[in-house]
Design a binder for this molecule. Structure first.
Ligand code: ATP
Length: 202
């Protein structure tokens, strides 16, 4: 029996931080939707060429990679463009996630799979999971961390947050909420308690 654990949350909430910690503590397999998206849109890929065809070569960096920040500014200010981008990328990622989950479930020695997906709830991927974790974080903390990590401005962060499903909505589908508004020990402690409560130690 394979336990599928979904991890999601808004931009900069701490999804990767939670996933890394669980990966360190257990011997889980990980399906990382962000990594899939990066791999799918790497320089020279078919997906990237489709994106360039639609959005123009301005979406490329000088070394031919996708300028995610630039593209983000375009799509997070225009829902119709976000829809087009999703057609090129998200739909394929969702399909691949379904396939990977199925494959892992068929592997006899695979006890735990972590599905780290920003659109876990929006794309109904939570239905593939046995337990769904929602990582939340105070707005000011989130802004502070994203400014430090990505060099985003406040307005850029707000427009991305406003284009996402709210935490209130996501919490209706989540089984467990992890509050990442304080320091890492505070977060790790909640994860430890969760793992212990559910006897997850593999
Ligand atoms: P994205 O939505 O961009 O994929 P994410 O939800 O995966 O982001 P992380 O990358 O885990 O979020 O965290 C965002 C930033 O905040 C990172 O730089 C991370 O190191 C930092 N961070 C996360 N949690 C904490 C914390 N409790 N205390 C301090 N910094 C933190």
């Amino acid at each position: 029996m394979t336990l599928i654990l979904g991890v999601s949350g808004g931009i900069g909430s701490g999804k990767s931080t939670v996933s890394s910690y669980i990966m360190d503590k257990t011997k889980c397999k990980c399906i990382d939707a962000d990594k899939m998206s990066h791999d799918m849109c790497k320089a020279g890929s078919k997906q990237l060429m489709e994106i360039v065809k639609h959005f123009g070569s301005e979406v490329l960096t000088s070394d031919g990679n996708l300028n995610r920040k630039y593209l983000g500014d375009i799509v997070f200010n225009d829902p119709s463009k976000l829809e087009v981008l999703e057609h090129f990328t998200t739909d394929k990622i969702v399909e691949e996630i379904h396939n990977e989950v199925k494959q892992y479930k068929e592997m006899e020695d695979c006890k735990l799979v972590l599905l780290d997906a920003p659109l876990l709830f929006e794309k109904d991927l939570y239905k593939l999971c046995d337990i769904n974790l929602l990582v939340t974080c105070d707005l000011d903390r989130k802004i502070e961390r994203l400014m430090a990590r990505d060099g985003f401005g406040r307005e850029q962060i707000i427009s991305r947050i406003n284009n996402q499903m709210s935490d209130e909505e996501k919490s209706k589908f989540a089984d467990v909420i992890l509050d990442n508004s304080k320091d890492l020990d505070y977060l790790y402690n909640q994860i430890d308690q969760f793992l212990e409560r559910n006897n997850i130690e593999f």
